[in-house]
Write a protein that binds this ligand. Structure first.
Ligand code: UD1
Length: 421
């Protein structure tokens, strides 16, 4: 297992390019299962989760080509099995995204139940409820979800909780169902919109994506298509927060400011000067210490839970007291324990964290606990005195392309070392 050694060395300065969005690439790659013709996806980020999805598709029998490192062409015609095994699902919960496409296109799916997860229970009941409403027969047996349907039927589905992958799974399933499906209280995340665009390029009839009501008119078949994945707003936001927390100036290119409204408001409140163009965002702290900000995580367009940990790191270094309320996942403050080891002042009460900023943090050995938590630890380490060792950075490789290369381009002293034992 690799780890990072990070030397806290002052403000980050410079510019980097955003990669394609992990959370759009994963459902889009799974959407290839809906057609017997190839799907050509570009701007695919080089990540472990993408690699896991590739393995998942390969073991089902799909033909997967990678003409360049950021492109994938998937042909699901030769598929031989509709199984997503535990070995792959346990490493990536988003494997559940094969469920809807497989039932819709192949009439059956056998997907291992994802099981426990570091950031909370994360059930998939809404995915199953939706497929049942569309006529699928679902059995839970031997740790697997077994789903069968000769032909799915359009239905009106009301989500009682906003779910991103639930919306995506049912939107994909509905493309091949008989008649109209209406998804109410649907997720409005930009990645849902990107998936809808890709599905439309494949011949699906979808409207309303980006609103709380998505309508899908089923068609008989989907066809070959090309799609370029949208930029990663969470990666973008993570580098901007790193710039702000270190009192620096960071510009992220090849991104889309429209997707980050809630994050940019908070960076502005923290004292950052924000400049945006059609495809870039720059935050400039003009050498000043950030001000503490209050955050309440919400489904899009609210403040994303995937940016909560990074903002906690910023609050640890800010002037004043910041309150963070996590409303999406019940166990998403594990990074707080590690930040405490760096000398942060954080008090947790239920789903609320009260953070009193410190002028500096001090280096210590710490451990990444989940994907976004790990980004917050890097941010804190960059602003700590001394050398911080971060263990279990495989979490980061799941969702951040070339994280050390990009941080190094901003002037960070970050080194990856292979762990000897
Ligand atoms: C997706 C993102 C993840 C992000 C999360 C919230 C991907 C691959 N992952 O995860 O990065 O943190 O959205 O923005 O896109 N819930 C249920 N029943 C269900 C499904 C969800 O109760 O069937 C609950 C969850 O426990 C959670 C809430 O709904 O409390 C939101 O979860 P959801 O949007 O489904 O998260 P994911 O799609 O897994």
């Amino acid at each position: 297992m690799d780890k990072f050694i990070i030397a806290g060395n002052g403000p980050l300065h410079g510019e980097i390019d955003a990669s394609g969005a992990k959370n759009a690439a994963l459902p889009i790659l799974c959407a290839s299962l809906l057609s017997d013709e190839p799907l050509h996806v570009s701007n695919v980020p080089k990540l472990w989760d993408v690699n896991t999805t590739r393995k998942l598709l390969l073991q089902m029998g799909c033909a997967v080509e990678q003409p360049t490192p950021h492109e994938m062409v998937i042909d699901a015609k030769p598929i031989t099995t509709c199984v997503a095994p535990y070995e792959l699902v346990k490493t990536m919960r988003a494997s559940i995204l094969v469920l809807g496409p497989l039932v819709a296109a192949r009439g059956e799916a056998h997907v291992s139940l994802p099981g426990g997860c570091a950031i909370g229970a994360r059930p998939v009941n809404l995915h199953l409820m939706g497929l049942e409403a569309m006529g699928a027969e679902i059995k839970l047996e031997g740790g697997f979800i077994h789903a069968y349907a000769r032909k799915l039927k359009g239905a009106r589905i009301v989500f009682d909780t906003v779910t991103v992958t639930g919306t995506e799974n049912l939107m994909m399933a509905a493309t091949l169902a008989e008649g109209e499906t209406v998804l109410e209280n649907a997720a409005r995340e930009p990645e849902v919109v990107d998936l809808a665009r890709c599905l439309r390029a494949m011949g699906a009839r979808i409207s309303g994506e980006g609103t709380t009501t998505i309508r899908v008119q089923g068609v008989a078949a989907l066809h070959a298509a090309q799609h370029s994945v949208l930029p990663d707003r969470i990666e973008t936001g993570s580098y901007l927060v790193a710039g702000a927390a270190t009192r620096g100036r960071v510009r992220v290119n090849k991104t889309d400011p429209a997707m980050l409204d809630a994050v940019l408001v908070k960076l502005q409140q923290a004292g950052g000067k924000i400049a945006t163009g059609p495809d870039f965002i720059e935050v400039d702290m003009q050498g000043k210490r950030p001000l503490a900000v209050n955050i309440h995580t919400m489904p899009h367009p609210g403040f994303p839970t995937d940016m909560q940990a990074q903002m906690m790191a910023l609050n640890c270094l800010a002037e004043g007291v910041g309150v963070i309320k996590e409303t999406i996942f019940e166990n998403r403050f594990m990074h707080a324990q590690e930040l405490l080891r760096l000398g942060a002042d954080i008090r947790i009460e239920g789903n609320t964290a009260v953070i009193t900023g410190k002028e500096r943090l001090q280096a210590a050995p710490i451990m990444a606990t989940d994907l976004r938590a790990s980004a917050s630890l890097v941010i804190a380490a960059l602003a700590a005195d001394g050398e911080t060792f971060i263990d279990r950075i495989y979490h980061m490789d799941r969702g951040y392309e070339d994280i050390e290369g990009k941080f190094a381009a901003l002037g960070a002293r970050i080194k990856r070392v292979a762990k000897l034992m």
